[in-house]
Design a protein around this ligand. Structure first.
Ligand code: 5RP
Length: 225
């Protein structure tokens, strides 16, 4: 019988933990992402409670899960560079560039991913694409800039939509932009960042993943870049 998406996410998260477990030591700092796949990884951490130095988290939701289970979460400012960052993706291509931010945690995710030595992306194979862009690109904006940024995205050929009622952990708003041609994601990521009012966008090309844990023919495997 075929695995459900949820079972696959759990299998991938377990494989990622298994892979990481051999590399963890008492001075390790771990960065933890956000989303349903990452939640399965958090569960592994909670079950295994490895002896490490610190955990930093990319969202209030992940922090809550960790703290409720008795795991301490540190501020990124108070610890050094994380050794590993573990997080999911909404899309990932062959170069391990990604679209993230479906859950709206993109800014903190990008900060911790960029600060980390190794980014391990964990996702099920439905996220694998040849060209990024079918999944809308989330853009976190300072609230007063929302309409301006949206108009700029229309000029770039995008179809922006305001994520109504959503407020990011940083107190900002999100617009989701469809129809973008992301043949060179790195360039587009920078272009969006140059629009005043943009806090961060969901293209992860400047800081892509170094390692991908993903299912192939029903079996999770670790791919290094
Ligand atoms: C949240 C993210 C998530 O990593 C992304 O949305 C994937 O989520 P899931 O593991 O639930 O499929 O970027 O901002």
């Amino acid at each position: 019988m075929e695995n459900s998406i949820s079972e696959t996410k759990q299998a991938v998260a377990r494989k990622a933990y298994e892979y990481l477990a051999t590399k963890l030591h008492k001075d390790c700092i771990l960065g933890i992402g956000t989303g349903s796949t990452t939640n399965f990884f958090i569960q592994e951490l909670i079950n295994k409670k490895p002896e490490i130095k610190a955990i930093v988290s990319s969202s209030i939701a992940s922090t809550q899960l960790l703290e409720e289970a008795g795991l301490e979460v540190s501020e990124l400012n108070d610890v050094g560079s994380p050794d590993f960052y573990i997080d999911g993706a909404d899309e990932i291509n062959d170069r391990f560039e990604m679209i993230k931010g479906g859950g709206g945690a993109l800014t903190r995710e990008k900060i911790i991913a960029s600060a980390s030595r190794k980014f391990i992306c964990i996702c099920d194979s439905s996220k694998k694409v040849k060209v990024l862009g079918k999944f809308p690109v989330a853009i976190e904006v300072v609230p007063m800039a929302r309409s301006y940024v949206a108009r700029q995205m229309v000029v770039k050929g995008g179809a922006p939509e305001y994520r109504v009622g959503f407020v990011s952990d940083n107190g900002n708003q999100i617009i989701d932009v469809r129809n973008l041609k992301l043949n060179v994601p790195y360039d587009f990521e920078n272009e969006i960042n140059n629009i005043p009012g943009v806090v961060a966008n969901g293209i992860f090309a400047a800081r892509k993943a170094d390692c991908l844990v993903i299912d192939k023919n029903g079996v999770p495997e670790v791919l290094e870049q």
